[in-house]
Write a protein that binds this ligand. Structure first.
Ligand code: MG
Length: 284
């Protein structure tokens, strides 16, 4: 008798669960598609290194055809919006430079609002240096208002020594983004957070980091988009930057599993994304 009940109840139960999951998925997709503004992380969402991810081109075409507002947001400070636009074009996606926003631009905007026409000693690439010039900053390696650190090929013991001395003499320490590592050609490479750490240790001062997950970066992005929180969704592959940034800014979050996070990782975090997709190919 029991075994008979057991045999009959399982398929119905499974059917209900599957139907509920499909319904939830359908609701998720409708919520995402109805948003009018999209903040999109790049690496792990659109491309991985120099490889375009499945459905990325179709997703961007859908954004354009549907008249969505969109901004590609990256914590990397190395490249300018022009260079990012060129990289996307090489991968086959044509997007104007106005659709890119980097931690270098956010840092420059933040410093210009805090201390207009200030000066900085910069350890960083042209993307960061140009952003600071554009924001009215001058370069100063004698008595700058700020020491600003981003990802930098020029990083060396000399530049660290100089930064430490300037911070001890009163310059404020700024990091473009807190990422400890980033994707490189041959695997992980140290990113801004790791490069700032020696300066923090030697000076006993803590840097202020501007990039994701700092909600400041989200507010700058919303202003760029001319969108409200309610109209916007953030799509990213990292729980500790993209998803937490969305949650802390009260923006709807979409985690894609095409990057660094797997489904098994999600439960380890004390916060969860609102929606989970295999990749952006599911959206159009
Ligand atoms: Mg990413």
């Amino acid at each position: 008798m029991y075994s008979q009940l057991w045999d009959f109840s399982i398929p119905y139960f499974e059917f209900d669960v599957r139907r509920a999951m499909m319904q939830a998925r359908q609701e998720s997709m409708e919520i995402i598609r109805e948003k009018s503004a999209f903040i999109i992380d790049m690496d792990g969402v659109i491309y991985h290194g120099n490889r375009l991810l499945k459905g990325a081109a179709e997703f961007v075409a859908w954004l354009k055809e549907s008249g969505k507002r969109f901004l590609f947001l990256t914590n990397s400070s190395e490249r300018s919006p022009e260079e990012l636009s060129q990289k996307m074009a090489r991968l086959g996606i044509e997007v104007g430079k106005e659709h890119f926003y980097t931690s270098a631009l956010a840092t420059a905007g933040f410093l210009a609002s805090q201390r207009p026409k200030g000066s900085a000693y910069v350890i960083g690439e042209p993307g960061l240096i140009h952003a600071l010039y554009d924001a009215g900053y001058t370069m100063n390696n004698v008595n700058p208002d700020y020491v600003v650190v981003g990802e930098a090929r020029s990083y060396s013991l000399d530049t660290v020594e100089k930064a430490v001395r300037l911070v001890l003499e009163g310059a404020r320490l700024i990091g473009t983004n807190p990422d400890l590592t980033g994707p490189g050609e041959n695997g992980l490479v140290p990113a801004c957070g790791s490069l700032v750490a020696p300066i923090e240790l030697a000076t006993g001062r803590k840097a202020y980091f501007v990039g994701k997950p700092n909600p400041l970066m989200m507010r700058h992005a919303l202003r760029r988009l001319g969108a409200t929180r309610e109209e916007t969704v953030i799509i990213g592959d990292r729980m500790d930057t993209d998803i937490i940034a969305g949650i802390e800014s009260d923006i709807e979050t979409v985690l894609v599993l095409s990057g660094v996070t797997s489904r098994d990782d999600i439960g380890r975090y004390p916060y969860a994304p609102r929606h989970i997709l295999e990749g952006v190919f599911e959206i159009p």
